[in-house]
Design a binder for this molecule. Structure first.
Ligand SMILES: Nc1ncnc2c1ncn2[C@@H]1O[C@H](COP(=O)(O)OP(=O)(O)OP(=O)(O)O)[C@@H](O)[C@H]1O
Ligand SMILES: [Mg+2]
Length: 296
């Protein structure tokens, strides 16, 4: 059996009286893109900061490449790349200088891959970092991370400021890492992104992993949000697999969520009523959690 890249066991973290993490048990294997999802304040960034050796756990244990994340963080960081959600840069360095510095700090150099990434993400590397928008600051950190030759990449909500085009580029770059057999831990609020890319997912809530597994194992949790306007009257309440029905605001318009398993049959019924307009949105984490806990 191959050794896991990351292994944490009942990781816990207390800040004073506040128990931020109480039971975080995770395994990330080589070649795996692992999704880490959960609502605001659930403990994703705290977990990641422990894994990076920035703060110390108050309970449990965690290893990366078989090394203890607190004691051996220097050794671990030689093979690790990290991008936070809020990227702070040195305001007076240009984007290009920042990328080179970030690379150097990790013992890496600017390569043709770096140039290619700068071009791909459409970053102007000659501008001072203080003039960059949030998305451009994120690009700087992403370019530095993707041009490193690491074995494990940790991204903490890296696409929160990216436009759809750059989000795609990010996803393509992650899939390329996966194809090279690298491991990726991706914390994200964008469920569709996680769905598209991740082999396995862990859901964290109030400092505890409440669900972990493959997408196939979790599919029973997913629902699609539908907003539909039809020619003829519709009675969505009567359709199997339809939940949270709301009428309007327009005449003959409905909003509801549909179980993945019922989507095909619901679509057939909708088109029978003559679809004028239809919008479907993948479930948000909020929906997922409501669904998950509503059943208990
Ligand atoms: N240094 C700290 N001192 C006290 N409490 C903290 C500290 N850092 C985090 N917390 C608390 O720990 C909990 C988990 O925070 P964390 O930042 O890990 O959440 P998150 O899952 O990353 O949320 P988000 O999706 O908003 O980024 C929160 O209640 C937060 O207020
Ligand atoms: Mg966070």
């Amino acid at each position: 059996m191959t050794q896991p890249i990351l292994k944490s066991h009942q990781l816990a973290k207390r800040f004073g009286q506040f128990q931020a993490l109480s039971d975080v048990t995770l395994t990330v294997n080589p070649g795996e893109v692992f999704g880490f999802i959960g609502p605001n304040g659930a403990g994703k960034s705290t977990t990641i900061r422990i894994l990076l050796g920035l703060i110390r756990a108050t309970g449990g244990s965690a290893t990366i490449f078989g090394h203890d994340v607190w004691r051996d963080s220097v050794a671990i960081h030689q093979r690790l790349a990290y991008v936070p959600g809020d990227v702070y840069l040195w305001p007076n360095l240009t984007g290009g200088e920042t990328i080179d510095l970030l690379l150097k700090l990790n013992g890496n150099a600017h390569t043709t891959r770096t140039d290619h990434l700068i071009q791909q993400f459409g970053l102007d590397p000659t501008k001072k970092a203080r003039t960059y928008s949030k998305g451009n600051r994120q690009k700087v950190a992403l370019i530095a991370a993707f041009s490193q030759d690491a074995d494990f990449y940790i991204f903490d909500e890296p696409t929160s400021g990216l436009d759809p085009l750059n989000e795609r580029l990010f996803q393509a770059a992650v899939l390329k890492l996966k194809a090279q057999g690298k491991a990726v831990l991706l914390s994200s609020h964008i469920l569709s992104e996680v769905e598209r890319m991740c082999d396995r997912i862990a859901i964290i809530r109030e400092g505890r992993i409440i669900e972990t597994g493959t997408l196939a194992q979790m599919r029973h949790l997913t629902r699609t949000e539908i907003t539909v306007t039809t020619h003829r009257p519709l009675a969505p309440h009567q359709l199997t697999g339809v939940h949270a029905v709301q009428a309007g605001p327009q005449p003959n318009q409905w909003q509801f969520s549909v179980d993945a398993s019922a989507l095909a049959s619901v679509m057939t019924q909708l088109s029978a009523a003559g679809v004028v307009a239809l919008q479907s949105t993948p479930p948000t984490l909020e929906d997922l959690f409501m669904h998950y806990y509503g059943k208990e």
